[in-house]
Design a protein around this ligand. Structure first.
Ligand code: NAD
Length: 475
């Protein structure tokens, strides 16, 4: 973790905001309005567990309501505090604006170590926390829509949506009160892996721009690039899996709570994940085990992916970071001070508000699906297939009529004929979003002499959009 020489997480986000705001033509009043967090609700509630009443503390912070509903995950971790949820809520505002999901920013957290509790106990705690938020409209399909974050996943979202429906029995849009639900509770295909998938799409887009690669001192494609990942949870696991299995990267190191495992030939992520799940850590998996996991952040690699928690790259270790490209899959993994150092060293940082926006993007699709009460692709899929079939049959007829003996490759035919289902549409929408948002950032990065990094560019794009939205409301 970062040392006391550094600002808090929220101050760090504010410093980065200020750096960008200085470059903008905005009235000080509007700048202040955008920066501040609108409200933070703190709740302390009791649950009878193991024969006694246990008291828990939770938060739901709303950073900006320039668009509603507001959106942001719920985190279960012992480190949760007001400063952290406010920083994360602010990042949600900027993230949603950058990837053009029509939401304001929010975030929630519960101070709890989920590993200390049995499943039925966690359900009681989650339902009680949800009850406190629902009765204040801090969970509501039209006002505030949470999603999973560190320590929570589909299971918790299913409990929350069920709790909401019990308390709002006639709300026909109840399923849209939270995203990241399992499919059988109103979820959408492709949501579980969306954030990791978004990290992959972000890197693929970066590697489509030789000019940008050159700034990082990289060339070629993703194939063979040496990658180190911190955190093999939802985001880190999926990012590492897709990058190694599909994009040809070599994952040479994975850092977890108990240490790190390294293998220059590339780790098998599927096997390693099974090991981590069974053994509660990476220790014992084949490869070189490093007890001090954090030290592996400093190993030489092409791409470093912190995907666990905030402030892991800070004033204490920034100088020793050797990667060329750093993609912030976690929220706030680089402190403001470390950001300055890395920029001076020439490390290119793909910032969190863009890099991990895949989750909120697919959450947006899920919310839309819930409000429209129909699965994406359900109306068009077969119609699309029959139109494609018409073309294939016509080509075959023409070829037969003229004795040309053309044969359409059966593999091509199968692929061409297949209409897009929900998963294909979600991936296409996510890919499109990640490409468009990157291009918006790089346009600012390359067109302005006073913008030397992608983070500042990202803030400029998103603050500009939030400001426009406030202005059009007459503020
Ligand atoms: P998770 O709980 O699924 O996984 C976190 C992983 O990090 C776990 O495997 C944990 O063991 C590991 N970890 C924790 N502390 C560590 C440490 N000190 N060193 C190394 N590993 C450590 O959480 P997640 O949902 O994958 O979220 C990770 C990060 O991504 C968070 O910053 C979160 O805010 C951000 N994020 C998540 C989503 C999402 O859709 N889940 C979306 C956007 C951003």
């Amino acid at each position: 973790m970062s040392s006391t020489r550094e600002p808090s997480f929220r101050q760090s986000v504010d410093l980065m905001f200020n750096r960008a705001a200085k470059l903008m033509d905005m009235s000080p009043g509007l700048e202040e309005k955008i920066r501040v967090c609108n409200s933070t609700y703190t709740v302390r509630f009791g649950v009878r567990l193991r024969g006694q009443i246990k008291t828990f503390t939770g938060y739901r912070s709303v950073h900006s309501e320039h668009m509603e509903p507001v959106k942001g995950g719920i985190r279960f971790a012992m480190s949760v505090n007001q400063d952290e949820v406010e920083a994360l809520a602010a990042l949600m505002t900027y993230k949603c604006a950058l990837v053009e999901t029509p939401f304001g920013g929010s975030k929630g957290g519960l101070c709890i170590d989920p590993r200390e509790w049995e499943e039925h106990e966690l359900e009681l705690i989650t339902r009680r926390f949800a009850y406190e938020l629902i009765k204040r409209d801090l969970i509501n399909p039209a006002q505030n829509v949470p999603a999973p974050d560190m320590g929570t996943g589909e299971r918790e979202m299913a409990w929350i949506v069920d709790q909401y429906k019990r308390m709002n029995t006639t709300d026909i849009n109840g399923a849209a009160c939270v995203t990241g639900k399992p499919l059988n509770s109103g979820g959408i295909q492709g949501r579980v892996e969306a954030t990791g998938r978004g990290v992959q799409y972000a890197l693929e887009e970066f590697f489509r721009h030789p000019e940008d690669m050159a700034i990082a001192g990289l060339s070629g494609t993703l194939e063979g690039k040496r990658v180190i990942v911190q955190g093999l949870g939802n985001v880190g696991y999926h990012a590492a899996k897709f990058l190694s299995e599909e994009s040809g990267c070599k994952i040479i190191g994975v850092i977890e709570r108990d240490g790190a495992i390294m293998d220059d030939n590339g780790l098998n992520i599927e096997e390693l994940k099974a090991h981590v799940t069974a053994q509660n850590g990476v220790k014992g998996y084949r490869g070189r085990f490093v007890e001090n996991g954090a030290a592996v952040l400093e190993e030489d690699c092409d791409i470093l992916i912190p995907a666990a928690m905030e402030a892991v790259i800070n004033l204490d270790n920034a100088e020793r970071i050797k990667t060329k490209l750093l993609i912030e899959a976690a929220n706030g993994p680089v402190t403001a001070g470390a950001d300055d150092i890395l920029r001076d060293k020439g490390v290119v940082i793909i910032p969190d508000m863009y890099a991990n926006a895949g989750g909120v993007t697919v959450s947006y699709f899920e919310w839309v699906k819930n409000l429209s009460h129909i699965r994406f692709g359900r109306m068009q899929r077969r119609q699309e297939e029959s139109r494609h079939m018409l073309l294939v049959e016509e080509l075959e007829r023409l070829s037969a009529d003229r004795g040309l003996k053309w044969e359409i490759d059966p593999k091509f035919k199968t692929r061409y004929l297949k209409g897009a289902g929900e998963l294909e549409l979600v991936r296409s929408g996510l890919d499109d979003t990640m490409r468009a948002a990157y291009q918006a950032m790089r346009e600012v990065w390359h067109s302005r002499n006073d913008v030397t990094d992608l983070r500042t560019a990202a803030y400029l794009v998103s603050i500009g959009r939030v400001a426009a939205s406030y202005r059009s409301k007459g503020l």
